[in-house]
Ligand binder design. Structure first.
Ligand code: ATP
Length: 312
């Protein structure tokens, strides 16, 4: 049988069987295309003129600035983080921007551009569902099944594996720093450039180290490595399987550090299968070398913990 075009084929098979009792029903929803850049014109550029951006509405705020939904050249939706200049070191900032602009992975938040006049703008892709932590705590997040939760953890491990192979240590991996897009795609955010901005706060002004997420050797000696990111990943897994519970419930940050160094680990959350809990414990191994790698975690979460295993 010959058809004139695709639409005619689809229309035809909505009423006629494709094979016995098999008809076309509803079309799949088409997701937003995953853009790599603002446009092909900006591929090799990171500095953009301020006039190209319009702030549309505020969607969040952190310790270092406010985040807006915005527009590039009045057409393309973007996220714009507005930062006060006095907390950035120009050289480090520009160096980090150049590196980050090269990164490209489906599970890493894409940096599109910066506009470095006071107040600085950091322009990234816009993630429709905001932070993973808020999402998990909301009604949509709380209705996710275990396999869907595991898929999120697997996506984070994919993104972290890519960062690792790009020689990046994140140093602040936590559910609050993972952003969620359509179809629950997870992207690791708040690394690199964000670190340049945060470092001054973490290590000079306020010392607001996120103790509950940070590996003991990083807290005590400042030894940050991919293995300290692995420790934090274990805590992210805890946050994911508990739908956004604060880790070490009821404990203060300083209490957590002293308990961890004397061997304490969070107990298995009620709804967490033992296989998953064992992975968390491996991530929290005091011996850095005995922690798994992101490559192993990614493979394990992707292939071993398939749907049947996850319900065990
Ligand atoms: P910190 O000050 O430690 O960085 P934070 O990570 O919560 O804290 P921001 O990175 O400024 O702070 O983000 C604040 C909120 O803005 C996030 O929780 C998220 O809801 C929203 N947000 C940030 N970036 C984006 C983005 N690219 N797309 C959509 N929402 C975003």
């Amino acid at each position: 049988m010959m058809f004139q075009d695709i639409n005619t084929i689809v229309k035809y098979y909505e009423t006629k069987d494709l094979s016995t009792n098999l008809k076309l029903l509803q079309a799949c929803q088409r997701g937003e295309p995953n853009l790599r850049e603002l446009s092909y014109l900006t591929v090799d550029e990171w500095e953009r003129p301020r006039e190209e951006f319009t702030l549309v509405k505020k969607i969040g705020s952190g310790n270092f600035g406010e985040v807006y939904e915005g527009l590039w050249r009045n057409t393309m939706k973007v996220a714009i983080k507005v930062i006060k200049k006095d907390i950035t070191k120009d050289d480090d900032f520009q160096k980090e921007v150049k590196i980050m602009k090269q990164l490209n992975h489906k599970n890493i938040l894409k940096l599109y551009a910066v506009s470095s006049i006071d107040p600085y703008y950091i322009i990234t892709e816009l993630m429709a569902k905001g932070s993973l932590l808020d999402f998990l705590r909301g009604s949509e997040g709380r209705s996710l099944s275990l396999p869907e939760l595991i898929d999120m953890a697997a996506q984070v491990s994919e993104g972290m594996y890519y960062l690792e192979t790009s020689n990046f240590v994140h140093r602040d991996l936590a559910a609050r720093n993972i952003l969620l897009g359509e179809h629950n795609i997870c992207k690791v955010a708040d690394f690199g450039l964000a670190r340049v901005i945060k470092d001054e706060f973490y290590f000079s002004h306020e010392k607001i180290i996120p103790y509950k997420w940070t590996a003991p050797e990083a807290i005590s000696h400042g030894y940050y490595s991919v293995k300290s990111d692995i420790w934090s990943f274990g805590v992210v897994m805890y946050e994911i399987v508990t739908y956004g519970q604060i880790p070490y419930p009821g404990m203060s940050s300083s209490e957590v550090f002293s308990k961890i160094t004397s061997g304490y680990r969070m107990p298995r959350p009620q709804s967490c299968p033992d296989v998953l809990y064992q992975i968390m414990l491996q991530c929290w191994n005091i011996d850095v070398e005995d922690r798994p790698s992101f490559c192993e975690l990614r493979w394990y979460l992707d292939s071993h913990l398939n749907y049947e295993d996850a319900s065990l």
